[in-house]
Design a protein around this ligand. Sequence first.
Ligand code: SF4
Length: 128
Amino acid sequence: MEKQFPEGMQPVGDATFSFACHKDVSCFTRCCKDVDLTLYPYDILCVKNALEIDSEEFLRRHTFLVRGDNPFFPSVKLRLTEEALPACPFLADTGCGIYTSRPSACRTYPLERAVDRESQSGAAVTSV
Ligand code: SF4
């Protein structure tokens, strides 16, 4: 059965994949604007260390909480700048200002994790 993936998405499967972020790629710095970025605990540690501030100050200055359906697990989101086109506060003209300490979502861009499911049963497909 032919799979229907969201527009622009292709499964990588067993193929190798490589990507380098630099000024000559068409998406350079675009992925850092108008972005919905969830931060995980390790992201927070890496970035606050890069900024040489403590976790409390980082959370206060650069994040906000989103409460979803589960009241016990709020998500920590990166607070963007307040420009017409909001951007990551760590974005510079030359690219990411915290590149070696950037969050996991930035590290894996342009890949996205997904679960392939059987269309009938909804069961996860274990081999692709
Ligand atoms: S942390 Fe760096 S790579 Fe990630 S959105 Fe901000 S500027 Fe872009």
